[in-house]
Design a protein around this ligand. Structure first.
Ligand code: ZN
Ligand code: ZN
Length: 283
C-alpha cells in the first residue's frame, strides 16, 4: 500500500544544510499523498534552541494558513544524544571552536549520554513528538568492536528514554566523523543477535517506533554499500514489525523540496521485503 505518513523532515530552520520552506513542505506533502507528517529539525544542545524556536513560529504560521492540517501536520524535533561532558562544557561556555555539533574531540570515552533539554523545553515549544538520531560516537576507540558497542550504547539510551518516540536511522554512520575509519555497519551481520534482541525489547517495552530512514536506504540502494545489506536489513525490519515493533517512515529530507523522495518506489521496496506500510507509525 501507499506510504501516507512521514515523520522525519527538516526545514531551513535546521542548523545544517537543510533548506526547505514550510510552504513547500506542505505543498509537496499534498502532491505525494502524504496526509500525516511532521517537521523535525535538529536539536543537539542548547545552542539550537533558537532554531527550534524559529521552527515553531513558522509551524504555527503554517497551521494558521492551512487550518485543514490541524491534527495532521505535527511539530517535532530530531534530538541527538550528547556526552554529558560536552553538554556541561557548552553550558559553561568552555569551548574555543563553535560547537554547532557539540565538542567533537577531547572528551572521555564512556561518559554518560544525555539530552540537553527537559520537560520545560518540550512544553515551551509544544513539541508533539521526538525523533532521536544517533549521529556520532563519543570519543571511543575506532576499532570495529568499540564503534559497534558505542553505537549500541547510544541506541539503547535512545530507545529507553521516555522522550524518544521514534528511533531514527538505525545503523546510519557518518563517514565524516572519522574519515579513515570504514563504516562499521557496512555489513549488517556485524550487529550481534544480543544487540538486536536488546534493542527489540527496549523498543517494545518503551513503545518506541523504529524508523525506515531515507538516507540509510538510499546509501544502500545506490550501491554505496552491498546489496546483501539491504536484504538483511529490510528483512530484519519485516521481522521486527512481525514481533510488534512499530515502524515509522522518515525520509530525512534536507533538500529544498521533496522531489527526490520517491514514495512510490520506496513503498514497493518495503512491500517486496514484507514490510506492511498500513501498520506504520502515526501520531
Ligand atoms: Zn539524523
Ligand atoms: Zn534528520
Amino acid at each position: 500500500m501507499a506510504i501516507t505518513s512521514d515523520w522525519h523532515i527538516h526545514t531551513h530552520c535546521s542548523c545544517d544544510s537543510a533548506c526547505m520552506e514550510f510552504e513547500t513542505l506542505i505543498n509537496n506533502a499534498k502532491k505525494h499523498g502524504i496526509t500525516d507528517f511532521g517537521v523535525s529539525d535538529h536539536y543537539h544542545t542548547r545552542l539550537q534552541e533558537a532554531d527550534i524556536a524559529a521552527s515553531r513560529v513558522e509551524f504555527d504560521k503554517a497551521i494558521e494558513n492551512h487550518p485543514e492540517l490541524k491534527g495532521r501536520f505535527h511539530f517535532g524535533i530530531e534530538a541527538t544524544p550528547m556526552s554529558k561532558w560536552e553538554v556541561d562544557k557548552i553550558a559553561h561556555g568552555e569551548y574555543s571552536e563553535k560547537p554547532t555539533y557539540g565538542i567533537r574531540h577531547g572528551g572521555p570515552a564512556n561518559a554518560p549520554v544525555i539530552f540537553d533539554f527537559d520537560d520545560e523545553f518540550i512544553e515551551k515549544y509544544k513539541i508533539e513528538y521526538i525523533v532521536t538520531g544517533v549521529h556520532w560516537p563519543m570519543y571511543c576507540d575506532t576499532d570495529l568492536q568499540s564503534l559497534l558497542s558505542e553505537y549500541h550504547r547510544q541506541y539503547m539510551f535512545a530507545a529507553t528514554h521516555p522522550y524518544t518516540d521514534i528511533l531514527a536511522h538505525y545503523t546510519w554512520y557518518d563517514t565524516n566523523v572519522y574519515p579513515d575509519v570504514k563504516n562499521p555497519f557496512a555489513d549488517f551481520s556485524r550487529v550481534s543477535e544480543t544487540m538486536r534482541s536488546e534493542l527489540k525489547h527496549a523498543l517494545l517495552e518503551n513503545k518506541v517506533a523504529l524508523e525506515l530512514n531515507g538516507f540509510v536506504l538510499s546509501e544502500h540502494t545506490s550501491g554505496l554499500l552491498p546489496k546483501t545489506f539491504v536484504d538483511e536489513y529490510l528483512g530484519w525490519f519485516a521481522d521486527m514489525q512481525k514481533s510488534g515493533v512499530i515502524i515509522a517512515q522518515g525520509c530525512d529530507c534536507h533538500y529544498k523540496d521533496l522531489s527526490k523522495v520517491n514514495y512510490d518506489s520506496i513503498s514497493k521496496i518495503y512491500e517486496h521485503y514484507g514490510i506492511d506500510t498500513d501498520k506504520f507509525y502515526c501520531l
